[in-house]
Design a protein around this ligand. Structure first.
Ligand SMILES: *[C@@H]1O[C@H](CO)[C@@H](O)[C@H](O)[C@H]1NC(C)=O
Ligand SMILES: *[C@@H]1O[C@H](CO)[C@@H](O)[C@H](O)[C@H]1NC(C)=O
Ligand SMILES: *[C@@H]1O[C@H](CO)[C@@H](O)[C@H](O)[C@H]1NC(C)=O
Ligand SMILES: *[C@@H]1O[C@H](CO)[C@@H](O)[C@H](O)[C@H]1NC(C)=O
Ligand SMILES: *[C@@H]1O[C@H](CO)[C@@H](O)[C@H](O)[C@H]1NC(C)=O
Ligand SMILES: *[C@@H]1O[C@H](CO)[C@@H](O)[C@H](O)[C@H]1NC(C)=O
Ligand SMILES: *[C@@H]1O[C@H](CO)[C@@H](O)[C@H](O)[C@H]1NC(C)=O
Ligand SMILES: *[C@@H]1O[C@H](CO)[C@@H](O)[C@H](O)[C@H]1NC(C)=O
Ligand SMILES: *[C@@H]1O[C@H](CO)[C@@H](O)[C@H](O)[C@H]1NC(C)=O
Length: 478
């Protein structure tokens, strides 16, 4: 027993020594140390980390930091097979040109960190055109690399405590409007041919063109983004999954001059040949403001096909249309198995909009006999206020859009102050205009067009989960 007591007091002594030594050590570290410990959630945590400033970066908003980003990421790429690495972008304004990401890597923007895109074209390298588009969307020859670019990667994360990435797009918008660009405008973030991507908890502003463009990729989570572009600048789409599979887009707020989300899969003969659909996509809790475009567009480039898209709990304010399907002769492929549930809409030109005559071909080599198959389009549980046209559903002659289902939709029409009253009812514009389509409706107000037959039905919404819905975030700390 004596020995034990001795041992116990010895142990207590050692513990006190450690505690005292520990607190002495603690006294020497800056008091901000604990404040700097940050928890965040991610698909993977990283074993190694470094600060952007370790690589000579200067956060004054004036010094160009492209070299610092490149050497930091090259340096950290050595840890890809040793637990991965995280690059911290501290508070400050970090001007940079385009840079490339690497695998098993996290770019982390601390609160107050702003990545500022250079407005000097020399800082934006040129990339070859996308094979599924056959040309640049805006100029035939080539395209500028996105600000943050990645290709052929596995496990790449861009996140932070709501840090900001500012594309400083006004330079590009002006030149685009004046027809002065020889290449297609850059995107803010583009990830190609990659697997396991997370983009979350950031504010993205003023992209030169599209904001977030995953293409030829899979297993993608995009959440907690605030995306802000002026409401009247063209092509500032928010999130554009393109020829990508298994995508989860949740809790995003988007204000855009173009579609808040646009799902795509290549353009006419190039997209048909490339043949990679966008599929298994879930969108939840989106808020959108887009007076010139759609909350969610499918197409118009859809020549690899779009299928199994689920969207629920959507809010749009002052937006041209809710869901819009855009296609054309020559596109081929399909848009099918689209499920939408729960839309809350306020001030909108069209709630339901389908266009089979969108046009816009990459060149005149498209085959006008190659028609898209648009079928299995399901909408339910819709409340809309202040709407100009409830539905404009326009298929293609001899290629009707089929299997349309709309149930439980209440649409309040916008009534002009001086609207004519007939039989006690304000005359509004024809609320529905349907051509070359077929389908059913149930409990929809105002009464739909005759091509949508009344039938007692709840339009389907899948009850199974997509594989990406089972991916759990880990809690990591820096
Ligand atoms: C993003 O932020 C929200 C709210 O602060 C938090 O709950 C969530 O875990 C974060 N998600 C990611 C992926 O970092
Ligand atoms: C880059 O990595 C090497 C280890 O390979 C390390 O010694 C070096 O200090 C790193 N460079 C910087 C600027 O941190
Ligand atoms: C970034 O990747 C592109 C495409 O692979 C390549 O052309 C470019 O040289 C890379 N840039 C750097 C700085 O490595
Ligand atoms: C990236 O992956 C694509 C498709 O697998 C392949 O064609 C291309 O050569 C790869 N590029 C690089 C730089 O490895
Ligand atoms: C992130 O910042 C934006 C812009 O300041 C703000 O509107 C948004 O509410 C912030 N998000 C979170 C989760 O704090
Ligand atoms: C369109 O696709 C559906 C579902 O895959 C199929 O049943 C139908 O035959 C196709 N229609 C045409 C015209 O190819
Ligand atoms: C009809 O839609 C509203 C609004 O989304 C929803 O609250 C309600 O539960 C739906 N009714 C049925 C019977 O599904
Ligand atoms: C209703 O919509 C009209 C035209 O689309 C718009 O001018 C008006 O401000 C909207 N009213 C409300 C209350 O939002
Ligand atoms: C209905 O839509 C068709 C096809 O887009 C168009 O040609 C026609 O003018 C529209 N009718 C009305 C009354 O708006």
């Amino acid at each position: 027993m004596k020995t034990l007591t001795f041992q116990n007091s010895y142990i207590i002594g050692v513990i006190s020594a450690i505690l005292i030594f520990g607190s002495l050590v603690e006294c020497r570290v800056p008091s901000s140390y604990n404040l700097n410990k940050v928890d965040y959630t991610a698909i993977n945590c990283r074993k190694h980390s470094a600060l952007l400033t370790d690589f000579g970066a200067v956060g004054d908003g004036k010094t160009l930091n492209t070299k610092a980003f490149n050497s930091a990421i090259t340096n950290l790429s050595q840890y890809a097979n040793d637990g991965g690495a995280l690059l911290i972008v501290p508070p400050g304004k970090w001007l940079t040109g385009s840079f490339n990401l690497t695998s098993h890597f996290t770019l982390f923007l601390q609160k107050g960190a702003v990545i500022l895109a250079s407005q000097n074209e020399a800082d934006w390298p040129q990339l070859p055109v996308l094979p599924s588009y056959g040309r640049g969307r805006e100029a035939p020859d080539g395209r500028f690399s996105s600000l943050i670019f990645g290709t052929n990667l596995t496990d790449v994360i861009i996140t932070g405590n709501n840090g900001t990435i500012d594309g400083q797009g006004s330079y590009w918008w002006d030149k685009f409007k004046q027809g002065q660009l020889k290449l297609t405008r850059p995107y803010l973030i583009e990830i190609m041919y990659s697997d396991q991507i997370q983009i979350s908890n950031l504010t993205l502003v003023n992209s030169p063109s599209w904001f977030v463009h995953p293409i030829y990729s899979s297993n993608i989570i995009i959440n907690g983004l605030t995306i802000l572009a002026p409401l009247y600048v063209p092509n500032t789409d928010g999130i554009n999954p393109d020829s990508s599979t298994n995508v989860r887009i949740e809790d995003n707020y988007i204000e855009s001059g173009d579609d808040c989300i646009a799902i795509k899969s290549g353009w006419d003969e190039y997209g048909i040949k490339f043949g990679k659909p966008s599929q298994q996509i879930i969108i939840r809790r989106l808020t959108c403001i887009s007076p010139k475009s759609a909350m969610i567009a499918l197409g118009s480039e859809m020549s690899g096909g779009i299928q199994d898209v689920r969207a629920e709990d959507l809010t749009a304010i002052n937006t041209e249309s809710a869901i819009r399907i855009k296609s054309a002769v020559g596109r081929g492929a399909f848009v099918k198995d689209i499920f939408v549930k729960g839309m809350n809409l306020n001030t909108m030109k069209y709630v339901f909009w389908m266009t089979g005559s969108y046009g816009e071909h990459p060149d005149n080599k498209f085959d006008p006999k190659t028609l898209p198959n648009i079928t299995g389009i399901n909408y339910r549980d819709v409340i809309a206020k202040n709407v100009t046209i409830a539905g404009k559903l326009e298929g293609i002659a001899n290629d009707p859009f089929t299997g349309i289902c709309i149930s439980n939709a209440t649409i309040e029409m916008f009534v002009k102050k001086n609207a004519i009253v007939e039989n006690g009812v304000h005359k509004v514009k024809l609320p529905w205009n349907c051509t070359d389509i077929s389908g059913v409706t149930s409990n929809v107000h105002p009464q739909p067009c005759a091509l949508l037959q009344e039938k007692k039905v709840d339009c389907p919404y899948p009850t199974d989960k997509l594989p990406i819905e089972n991916v759990q975030f880990k809690t990591c700390s820096i």
